[in-house]
Write a protein that binds this ligand. Structure first.
Ligand SMILES: CC(C)(COP(=O)(O)OP(=O)(O)OC[C@H]1O[C@@H](n2cnc3c(N)ncnc32)[C@H](O)[C@@H]1OP(=O)(O)O)[C@@H](O)C(=O)NCCC(=O)NCCS
Length: 160
């Protein structure tokens, strides 16, 4: 896990962007561009986590199969972005990565993890399995490329 305020190595950003480009449904514009990722990691209390296809952090020159971007605010950790390359889904990598970032947040003394999700995203099944519960809703927050409006659902998971 890269600590906050560290300059992220360029190849780690490359690994994130390679997953980013294939993981998010383009209809909803949820993927970040490289500048957004770099700025978050450089300027904010943000950190990242990578997982390789074998479930371990990718070694030098190895691609990532999934990544998480997180922001720590006092005792709360926000899961900003979380994705697994579609080629490697439903093999437990998302669960492994989520377990790792929850353990990391807990170890740093965070008492709660929060995230926001487009309603109907199948990631909900994974979040609920880890103890996240819906705590808020922003009506019509997402607009698809076809004009469909969908709510954003905020989930929270107690860490203590
Ligand atoms: C959400 C995501 C990270 C899950 O990654 P993954 O590696 O496939 O997850 P796992 O294989 O660890 O799944 C663990 C469990 O979560 C649930 N789950 C995961 N994806 C699911 C899906 N599409 N439908 C239903 N349940 C699902 C299942 O219970 C699954 O266990 P099972 O495969 O034994 O049934 C991945 O689907 C993804 O990158 N989605 C696009 C990006 C995104 O929307 N991120 C979340 C933004 S809030």
């Amino acid at each position: 896990m890269i600590p906050p305020s560290a300059i992220p190595p360029a190849d780690d950003i490359d690994r994130i962007m390679a997953v980013m480009e294939v993981a998010f449904d383009p209809a909803f514009g949820e993927a970040w561009n490289r500048r957004q990722v770099e700025d978050a990691l450089l300027l904010g209390p943000c950190r990242m986590a990578l997982i390789g296809a074998d479930g371990a952090p990718p070694g030098e020159g190895q691609p990532a199969a999934g990544f998480a971007l997180l922001r720590t605010m006092f005792d709360e950790e926000e899961l900003l972005l979380f994705a697994v390359d579609p080629r490697w889904r439903r093999r437990g990598l998302g669960a492994a990565l989520l377990g790792q970032v929850i353990a990391g947040a807990r170890a740093r003394g965070c008492t709660r993890m929060v995230l926001e999700m487009r309603e109907g995203n199948s990631a909900e099944h994974l979040y609920i399995a880890f103890g996240f519960i819906p705590v808020g809703r922003r009506p019509k927050y997402y607009r698809s490329s076809t004009g469909q409006l969908l709510d954003a659902v905020t989930f929270a998971c107690p860490l203590i």
